[in-house]
Design a binder for this molecule. Structure first.
Ligand SMILES: [Zn+2]
Length: 419
């Protein structure tokens, strides 16, 4: 059985035809010939390769106005699989799953580990999950075509390694993409968790909308996403957001600046405020903050409500620039939706164009993990049939190599060593 590189790389016509069948199938053979401008013999030959490899199958025949009935082809979505592997910081685990290209899940596994896990051990987790994926697929007579790795940190724009991650302080330059590719011999791409989330949210929309996705946890990130660019825009869009200066000479930030959005209203900053406010909060951490907020501790809630209001206010620049139909907030800080949303709206709306006041939907993302997973599975197929897409998702020379990012990174490491 030919593998991904054999089918999709170095064969322009093969890839063009496979991609057309994926996007526009069911499609007849003569129609394909017209679209790719190849001779009938060349099209037939390519199709028989794709068919022998069980990537496409015949789903019927169509009789043209003249001549013999022609085969109608489609990607065989029930025997071709995609895999998703997610390094999940929320519960410190690696999750792996296999899905058919039609979205039916057939296998999954969660491997818990410590957030202090090192490169060697984490590579071992990914390697054994990848081996298992391949075994399950082969055992069922199915074909694993593509795997996406969903990573919560800086991804190297060229080799897809996990350069660094706030949540896993001992991980640096993890060659995870290369390792999984070696084992599975299929199309492997690392994507940011935000990109998977954008794709999943857009894929689940009933009516197409431009959305702005905000994540408010220890740090703060955002991404615009629209049906035209469903996987989220360039990484550099959201990398810098948390470090826009909003208060001149404000609170010091770990990036070296002052008064950054994160330093003013990010979860880490709020912890510092609480620690300084009351002796009972001297050792409070993020899980503790969440618990107190959920339990309705008035001091914690007051700090969070004020922060949500200011967060809304700080977001108005980007709300005006990206003009979203809807704003989705994922908050890991435990403030209930019915308190968080009005507070954010109070901060944001006075700054908006009058036509946008009250008309911008603001809601909470309540299926973060599922949405990201759904998006990653969809992106695995998209990237398999259009490998060049990754260049748009991961622009070379992005923020990952900039001086500012380097300084943020070393700041993060120092912060972590201190706590
Ligand atoms: Zn900063």
């Amino acid at each position: 059985m030919a593998t991904f590189p054999d089918i999709m790389q170095g064969h322009g016509s093969q890839q063009a035809i496979a991609t057309l069948i994926y996007r526009e199938g069911p499609i007849s053979q003569p129609e394909l010939g017209k679209r790719v401008r190849l001779s009938r013999a060349a099209v037939n030959k390519t199709i028989s390769v794709l068919r022998d490899n069980r990537l496409v199958h015949t789903v019927g025949t169509r009789r043209p106005t003249r001549g013999r009935p022609a085969d109608v082809l489609e990607v065989d979505r029930s025997t071709n699989l995609v895999g998703v592997m997610t390094l999940d910081p929320s519960d410190s685990s690696t999750k792996a799953s296999l899905m058919r290209m039609d979205g039916v899940g057939i296998w999954d596994r969660t491997v818990p580990h410590d957030r202090t896990i090192d490169n060697e051990s984490l590579l071992e987790v990914f390697s054994s999950a990848a081996k298992e994926m391949l075994d399950v697929a082969t055992g069922k007579g199915l074909h694993l075509r593509a795997v996406t790795l969903v990573l919560p940190g800086g991804i190297h724009p060229v080799d897809g390694s996990l350069e660094t991650c706030v949540h896993f302080p001992n991980i640096a330059n993890l060659p995870v993409e290369r390792t999984v590719r070696k084992i599975t011999n299929c199309h492997v791409s690392s994507i940011a968790d935000m990109q998977a989330l954008c794709a999943g949210i857009i894929a689940a929309q009933e009516k197409p909308q431009r959305v702005a996705i905000l994540i408010w946890g220890g740090g703060i990130t955002w991404s615009p996403a629209s049906p035209a660019e469903p996987y989220g825009q360039m990484l550099s869009h959201w990398r810098g957001f948390g470090h826009i200066q909003v208060v001149r000479d404000g609170r010091p930030c770990y990036c070296g600046g002052r008064g950054c959005i994160e330093a003013e209203v990010g979860g880490w900053a709020l912890l510092k405020q609480l620690q300084a406010m009351q002796p009972e909060f001297a050792d409070i951490d993020l899980p503790g903050l969440r618990e107190q907020a959920k339990a309705g501790n008035p001091v914690v809630r007051k700090v969070l409500v004020e922060a949500a209001e200011r967060f809304g206010e700080y977001f108005h620049y980007l709300a005006q620039a990206s003009n979203p139909d809807a704003i989705l907030i994922q908050s890991g800080l435990g403030l209930p939706e019915e308190i968080l949303l009005p507070a954010f709206r109070r901060g944001l709306e006075p700054w908006l164009h009058p036509s946008r006041r009250g008309t911008t939907e603001i809601s909470v993302i309540d299926d973060f993990g599922q949405a990201a997973h759904r998006g990653a599975a969809w992106l695995a197929s998209e990237l398999f049939f259009n490998p060049k897409l990754i260049r748009r998702m991961r622009p070379v020379g992005s923020a990952s190599t900039s001086k500012r990012t380097q300084s943020i990174r070393s700041g993060v490491r120092e912060e972590q060593q201190r706590t």
